[in-house]
Ligand binder design. Structure first.
Ligand SMILES: [Zn+2]
Length: 320
């Protein structure tokens, strides 16, 4: 029902084709008919990998060869598809681009919108409740309160030591009678609810900040909230990035796009970190433009990959 509502908001045709770049089970066929919320032909593509001949063959067989009404998938895969199309001069003109699962940096969103001539709509879902919220035309996230009722806790609720104004998302599914889901603590964070005059109902937040359970480890062993850093990187205009930590005080920044421009952004951010932390504290970025993005066992790409044991201390924030 929530997907039906999203289809109506996006103005998707009653039938058509969708390029699906979501997480796929092994053995999922390339083409599949789907009936709900509307009869569509779903074309299932894995994340683009130029080193995987079977994936390259799938992309060559499909992308640009048939009209596409909708593109849906995880943010990183949709960004990769946009880059694939831009690099090859392939023009796809879907009516809707729906991205889920991960935070999408503003710069990545611009790339996708340039490639497909269509705004990106972010969708928020959890495996326990399914779809819970989607973005309106003003890019604010509207929870669909009549399906999944949200509560956004006060700052730091849920033991995450969250940043100011940011609280834990707790969801109650109102339609799941066989298995009630009541006040489910998602582990994700959002900024406090605000008003939006766009006309779409529901509890509105202007920021979903992703998984709460990743800290950065400073040179002195302190734990730092990653959100200020992620916000600074997103606003620096990097097309796509990931922060990976293997040693205290140093964060490897994996990025795509022109390396020189990203180097300059990294220097700016390090200058600000230097000014805040001084010599023996906090962390600095180390740019790794040629490293690959890292994925979880289930194929999800998180903005922060932490390989260190986290210290048992309260997370610090407010460093940028
Ligand atoms: Zn709105």
């Amino acid at each position: 029902m929530l997907r039906e509502r999203l289809s109506a908001v996006l103005g998707l045709p009653d039938s058509g084709t969708v390029l699906n770049l979501g997480l796929l089970h092994p053995g999922t066929p390339l083409f599949q008919p789907v009936m709900l919320p509307h009869p569509y032909v779903k074309c299932n593509l894995r994340g683009y990998d130029p080193h995987a001949p079977d994936i390259v063959a799938d992309y060559e067989a499909v992308v640009g060869r048939l009209p596409v009404d909708q593109i849906a998938g995880s943010s990183s895969r949709v960004i990769a598809l946009a880059r694939y199309c831009l690099d090859r001069g392939i023009v796809l003109r879907p009516r809707g681009v729906v991205a889920s699962h991960e935070h999408m940096p503003d710069s990545g969103r611009r790339l996708v919108e340039e490639a497909f001539g269509c705004p990106v709509t972010m969708v928020y879902m959890t495996s326990e409740t399914g779809y819970a919220a989607f973005e309106c035309s003003r890019r604010l996230m509207h929870f669909q309160d009549d399906f999944v009722l949200p509560e956004i806790g006060p700052a730091g609720d849920g033991g995450d030591g969250g940043s100011e104004g940011v609280g834990a998302i707790v969801l109650t599914a109102l339609l799941s009678t066989p298995m009630p889901v009541i006040r489910y603590v998602t582990g994700d964070l959002a900024s406090q609810p605000i008003d939006c005059g766009c006309g779409l109902p529901g509890t509105v937040t202007d920021g979903l900040l992703g998984r709460a359970r990743t800290s950065l480890v400073g040179l002195d062993g302190s734990a730092y909230s990653p959100y200020a850093l992620l916000a600074a990187l997103a606003s620096a205009g990097l097309p796509d990035f990931q922060v990976v930590q293997d040693e205290p005080g140093t964060l490897d920044l994996v990025s795509t796009g022109p390396a020189d421009a990203a180097d300059a952004r990294v220097r700016d951010i390090n200058t600000r970190l230097d000014a805040h932390f001084g010599a023996q504290q906090g962390f600095r970025l180390r740019h790794r433009p040629h490293h690959d993005f890292q994925f979880t066992a289930s194929g999800k790409r998180n903005p922060v990959v932490q390989h260190l044991q986290l210290p048992d201390t309260t997370e610090r924030s407010g460093y940028l």
